[in-house]
Write a protein that binds this ligand. Structure first.
Ligand code: HEM
Ligand SMILES: [Cu+2]
Length: 577
C-alpha cells in the first residue's frame, strides 16, 4: 500500500501517519504558546512596577500557567513533532505504531487541559517548580503525569521507528547527524521523565492524602533531575534543528561529523550533573558536591554547546565560502538570506543563546558568584535567553520551513514573517538585558511587589532598579508582539495560506491526510550516504572558517570580561579584608 508522498519542493518523503502526527503535535504546541504568550503579558506588566497590573493572587496564578504552558506544553509538543520528523521523514521510513502515537498525543492533550484547569481554578498557584511543601490540587499533578506518560510513548514510537528503519535498511551507513541529535534528546527525555515520575507520583499521592509528608530537600534534588535535564532535551533538540536548517538552506555539511556526534554524547554523559546548579544555596548538601558538579562536571556539558556553537556557523561559513562568498572575514554572513525568517530566526537564536544564555549560565553556575544573583530576576532573564530565544525562536524558524513542505500552504503575510524574528528577538533581548541588570541590583524573582507595601521590614531598591524593570517591561511587550506575529503568520497560513497542493484544505491543516492520490510511493529509495567531504579527511587545508573563529573569540572576550566583573562585584558586596 502506497503511504508516502514526496514533497516536490524539498524532496522530503512524508509517511502518511507520521505527517498527520507531526501536524497535530505542532498545532497543539502553537495553542500552548498562545496561552503562554497571552499570560506573559500579565506577568511582565505586573513586574513593571509603574503599571503593576495584576493583584497578588492572580499574579502567582498567571505566572504558574505561563511557565508551565511555555516551558512544558509548547516545547514538548513541538519536540514530539521533531522526533517524528527526524525519524520517519529524515530516514524515509514508516512511523512505528501510529496508534500508540495517537494515544500518547491524546494523553498529552488530556494532561495539558487537566493541568490548566487546575491552575485556572485558583488553588494550584505553586509555580512551575511546584516545590513541596506547597501543595496543589491532585489534578495539577495528575495532569503533568499524564502529559509525561504521553510524551514517553512518543519517545518509544521514535525509538521504534529507528528500529524499523534499520531493519528495512532505508538508509546507508549510520543515521544522519540531525537524527542522532534527536536520539540524544530522546535518551535524555527518558531519564527526565523517570525523574519526573519518581517525584511527581509520590507528590500526587501526598495531595490526595495517601502520603503524609514529602521531604522538601529531596523534592528539590529529584525535581531538578527532571527540571534541568528537560532543558538539555531542549538544547539537544534545537541544536539538531540548527544542523537541519544549515543543511537545508546552505547545503552545509558539518565540519566534522565525528566531533559533532561526540559533542552530543557529552550532553548525555554530563548534563544531568549540572542539575546541581539549582541547589547551590540549599542547606543539607555539601559544598564539595556542589562545587564538583557545577564547576567541573558541568563544564563538559558547556563544552558540548560551545562545540556546536562553533561547528554550526562554521559549517555554514565553509558552505558559503565554497559558493564564492570569500571576501574578507564576514562576506559569507553578510550575504546570508537575512530576509528569510528561517535563516534570521535560526541565526539570531544561535547568537543570543550563545552570548547571553551561555555566558550568564556559566556565571550563575559558579558556586561563589551565584550568591550575588541567586533567586533574583537575573534567573528568569538567563533562561529566557536559553529557552525563549534559543529554543523557542529556533522552533519558530523551523515552522516557517515546515509550513510549505509539510502543511502544503504558502506563508500568510510573508512581510510579517520576515520581520517576526527581529521583533521577537529585539523585544526579548531588551527584556533579558534589563532583567539581568535589575537582578544584579538584587530585584527578586517571582515577587509581586517591588515596593514591599505593608511589609514589617521594608527594603528600598535603588531607583535604577525600577527604571530597569520598566525598560524590561517595554521589551517584554515587544516580545509578546513578536510572539503574536508568529501566531498570526502560522495560524493564518493554515487557514488562509495559498494551497500548494489542491487537497490541502482546512482539515488537512490540522492533521487529516491529503487526498489519497498524493501518497503514491510505497517505499522511497534508500537514503544514500553522502560522499566524504574534503574537510572530513586528514591533512591541513588552511583556515577553513576564520569568521566563525573571530565570533568565537569575541564570545571568549565577553565571557572573560563579564566573569571578572562579577568576581570583582562579589568582592565589593562581601569585603573580605
Ligand atoms: C513572549 C514573551 C515572554 C515574556 C514577556 C515573558 C516574561 C516573563 C516574566 C516577566 C517572567 C517572570 C519573572 C518573575 O517574576 O520571576 C517569566 C517567567 C517564566 N517564563 Fe516567560 N516570558 C515570555 C516567553 C517565555 C517563553 C517562550 C518561555 C519558554 C519557552 C518562557 C518560560 C518562562 C518560565 C519557565 C518562567 C518561570 C515561571 C516560574 O518562575 O515558575 N517564557 N516570563
Ligand atoms: Cu539548569
Amino acid at each position: 500500500m502506497a503511504q508516502f508522498r514526496v514533497c516536490p519542493d524539498s524532496g522530503f518523503f512524508f509517511d502518511k501517519s507520521a505527517e498527520s502526527l507531526i501536524k497535530a503535535n505542532a498545532v497543539a504546541a502553537a495553542v500552548s504558546l498562545l496561552i503562554a504568550g497571552f499570560l506573559a503579558l500579565g506577568v511582565i506588566l505586573t513586574r513593571w512596577q509603574e503599571v503593576h497590573l495584576l493583584p497578588a493572587d492572580m499574579f502567582y496564578q498567571v505566572l504558574t500557567a505561563h511557565g508551565i504552558n511555555a516551558l512544558l506544553f509548547w516545547i514538548i509538543f513541538f519536540e514530539i513533532a521533531i522526533l517524528y520528523f527526524a525519524s520517519s521523514t529524515l530516514l524515509r521510513t514508516r512511523l512505528a505504531a501510529p496508534r500508540w502515537a495517537w494515544a500518547g498525543f491524546a494523553l498529552m492533550i488530556i494532561g495539558m487541559v487537566m493541568n490548566n484547569i487546575a491552575v485556572l481554578q485558583g488553588n494550584s498557584s505553586v509555580m512551575m517548580t511546584s516545590y513541596a511543601p506547597m501543595q496543589a490540587e491532585p489534578h495539577f499533578y495528575l495532569g503533568l503525569i499524564l502529559f509525561a506518560v504521553g510524551a514517553l510513548i512518543g519517545c518509544f514510537v521514535f525509538l521504534g521507528t529507528l528500529v524499523i528503519a534499520r531493519d528495512d535498511r532505508t538508509y546507508e551507513g549510520s543515521i544522519p547527524l540531525v537524527t542522532f541529535g534527536a536520539l540524544t534528546a530522546c535518551i535524555i527525555a527518558i531519564f527526565t521523565i523517570a525523574c519526573g515520575a519518581i517525584i511527581l507520583v509520590p507528590t500526587f499521592l501526598w495531595s490526595i492524602g495517601y502520603i503524609s509528608h514529602i521531604d522538601a530537600a529531596m523534592y528539590r534534588v529529584i525535581w531538578w533531575g527532571m527540571g534541568h535535564s528537560s532543558q538539555q532535551i531542549n538544547v539537544a533538540a534545537h541544536v539538531s534543528v540548527w544542523y537541519l536548517i544549515v543543511g537545508v538552506l546552505f547545503n552545509a555539511r558539518p565540519m566534522s561529523e565525528k566531533v559533532s556526534r561526540s559533542a552530543f554524547l557529552l550532553y548525555i554523559l554530563f548534563l544531568q550533573l549540572a542539575s546541581a546548579h539549582h541547589i547551590l544555596v540549599d542547606p543539607g548538601i555539601s559544598s564539595e558536591w556542589k562545587v564538583f558538579n557545577t564547576s567541573y562536571a558541568m563544564y563538559l556539558a558547556v563544552l558540548a554547546s560551545m562545540i556546536h556553537g562553533l561547528t554550526v556557523p562554521g559549517s555554514m561559513e565553509v558552505a558559503q565560502r565554497a559558493k564564492g562568498y570569500t571576501k574578507g572575514m564576514f562576506e559569507w554572513l553578510r550575504k546570508a538570506p537575512w530576509s528569510n525568517p528561517v535563516f534570521s530566526g535560526f541565526f539570531l537564536s544561535l547568537i543570543i543563546f550563545g552570548f547571553i544564555g551561555g555566558i550568564t549560565g556559566v556565571v550563575m553556575g559558579t558556586e561563589q558568584i551565584n550568591i550575588i544573583i541567586h533567586n533574583t530576576i537575573y534567573v528568569p532573564a538567563h533562561f529566557h535567553a536559553t529557552v525563549a530565544v534559543g529554543t523557542t525562536l529556533t522552533f519558530m524558524a523551523l515552522t516557517y520551513l515546515l509550513i510549505p513542505l509539510l502543511f502544503r500552504r504558502a506563508l500568510f503575510l510573508p512581510w510579517m514573517a520576515r520581520w517576526q524574528p527581529y521583533v521577537f528577538s529585539a523585544g526579548m533581548t531588551m527584556m533579558i538585558l534589563f532583567m539581568l541588570g535589575a537582578g544584579t541590583l538584587g530585584v527578586s524573582r517571582r515577587h509581586w511587589d517591588m515596593d514591599f507595601t505593608g511589609a514589617m521590614l521594608s527594603f528600598e531598591y535603588p531607583g535604577t532598579a525600577y527604571t530597569m524593570m520598566a525598560v524590561a517591561g517595554i521589551g517584554g511587550v515587544l516580545g509578546v508582539l513578536g510572539g503574536a506575529m508568529y501566531l498570526i503568520v502560522t495560524v493564518g497560513s493554515l487557514l488562509f495560506g495559498k494551497k500548494l497542493d489542491e487537497s490541502a484544505g482546512l482539515f488537512q491543516s490540522f492533521g487529516v491526510p491529503l487526498a489519497s492520490s498524493a501518497y503514491n510511493i510505497t517505499q522511497p529509495e534508500r537514503l544514500p550516504m553522502a560522499p566524504k567531504l574534503a574537510v572530513e579527511e586528514h591533512g591541513s587545508a588552511g583556515f577553513e572558517a576564520p569568521g566563525t573563529f573571530a565570533l568565537a573569540m569575541a564570545l571568549l572576550v565577553c565571557f572573560v570580561v563579564y566573569y571578572f566583573i562579577n568576581w570583582d562585584y562579589l568582592g565589593s558586596v562581601w569585603p573580605l579584608s
